[in-house]
Design a protein around this ligand. Sequence first.
Ligand code: GDP
Ligand code: MG
Length: 333
Amino acid sequence: MASPTPRSPGSPRPSGTRAKARAGRIAIVGRPNVGKSTLLNALVGERIAITSHHPQTTRDRIQGVVTQGKTQYVLVDTPGVHRARTKLGSRMNQQAREALEGADAILFLTDVPDSKRMRIQAGAPAGAPAPAPVMRDSDLAIARGLPPGVPVVLVINKIDRIANKADLLPILEAHGRAYEFHAIVPVSALKKDGTKSLFDALRPLMPEGTPLFEDDVLSDKPTRFFVAEFVREQVLRRTREEVPHGIAVIVERFDEAPKVPIIELGIVVDKESHKKIVIGRGGSLLKEVGTDARARVEALLGKQVHLKLWVRVIPRWYESDAKLRELGYGEGS
Ligand code: GDP
Ligand code: MG
């Protein structure tokens, strides 16, 4: 088995004794694009989950480990549950369900609407009073599908969008009326605002027991997983609609023997036309992807690396069990 990823050498080590330790698993759930991966990154203090404005960016269950004194929180980011159209899609849904089973607490994420955009869509004049906030039907549907008996903390994300903080109160009240949440915590994952209150709400929900991971562990996933994800993230950020869903990244060589380790990765695409897009004019897009992904890999490893990228066409890889396994989306990977 591959070893877990430690925290980068520069990051502060948690301190404290282990007497009366608490440790638990927390599943992060919510609609696509509410900011689940951004929140996981804010809570663990390093950017491990990749994010983009495309829905369904997260394909894997990623555990981020936070050890604060005697308490260890194992946060599980999940792919948002959606209607699966491919084998990859069914596997993503299964990952989300598995994260919920065995969770000691659930972080149920929603976001405040982008008020300017809502106004324009509704055609309301600029000065008109905003309609009273309600909990969205789509959120209620998710809440009702959660396993009974597991405490649910509602996190209202993207509060940086609210200019007047008084507008937050009716939103909190509307959610409190609609469903029995253990607690409701407003945050801005992007600005790392409210994370302390969130840990305060979670701490008493963590069962007493020994830590699940060593206290310098950042994630259960091995380093090579993150290297591939960081490359995928940079491609997603530079391509549109059709291309992102057809992309996978595989580590083909990870040679740590040289002073500057050499990592070779294959970017797998569905179609020849997508290969052209990912390479870009004169190789420009691939070069940008390489530069930005390398910066993130170096931050995680705390040292320089050589990244080499190749683009490979494997038609309909996301429909083949064998290819999914090969690309790291297999059972139990
Ligand atoms: P996920 O699909 O739930 O994992 O969502 P992501 O974490 O990938 O975030 C989706 C989008 O929302 C990204 O463009 C984020 O930058 C953005 N986002 C996440 N958190 C915040 C926040 O606190 N404020 C604002 N304004 N945007 C956010
Ligand atoms: Mg995500």
